[in-house]
Ligand binder design. Sequence first.
Ligand code: CDP
Length: 242
Amino acid sequence: MAEGLYTKRNDGRKMDEIRPMSAKVGIVPSADGSASFDTGGTKAIAVVRGPRTLHPQHMQNPKTGILRVSYGMMPFSVEDRIRPGPSRRSEEISKVSEWALSSVVDLSEFPNTVVDVFIQIPQADAGTRVAGINAAAMALAHAGIPMTEMISAIGVGKIDKTLVVDLDKYEDSEYHDGEGSTDIPVVITSRSKKVALLQLDGKISIPELKQCIENAKVACEKILKVQTEALKNINGDNENDK
Ligand code: CDP
């Protein structure tokens, strides 16, 4: 390997290859909507409750319902135990997931209500916010919440000088050679192909960033197929390694 070049991935994947995915819809019978989305060692569960009247009353919007997202990692989802309860990181991920999902959810038929989305990560190997958004989009569709289109999410980025898709934990935070790694969670809408969320952690040039967004669009097409298949096959398994 030439020094400073990331030419071989940790787990042998091609640079644009997503880890094996699987998705399931209807995993929590008592919920209004529920789904799971797994990619490699990252597992996400999403549960939807609502629309329900929002309390306290002063938070209600008489023109529309609101979406409220809560993201959390389970205490033993990583090697170092995660302290239960909110953290700065979980608050940030809840907010950005809420923004991404709100861009396709239409709650105008449900004034004064709230739709709650609870995202939980039982096992984490990077890319938990994007896996959570994939699960939440399916759970919202399962709950029959009006959506203008679906969304799919993927982590893309750069390791040293090489562009990659779906970084794992080693690539995301343990690879420090050369220029190190840059992680870019991207959310793409299914029909209009708009970017519903983009976060950037690290350094990248504008042409490289444009290429990363193109890579995210290609990956999100594959993720959308897995989500759609799972929605057609409620309560069934759906596995895909592409
Ligand atoms: O999970 P995501 O990539 O959306 O967010 P991140 O903040 O970039 O975290 C990357 C990964 O670091 C997580 O998926 C976990 O595998 C790991 N992590 C951890 O080990 N301990 C934490 N307190 C937070 C994250």
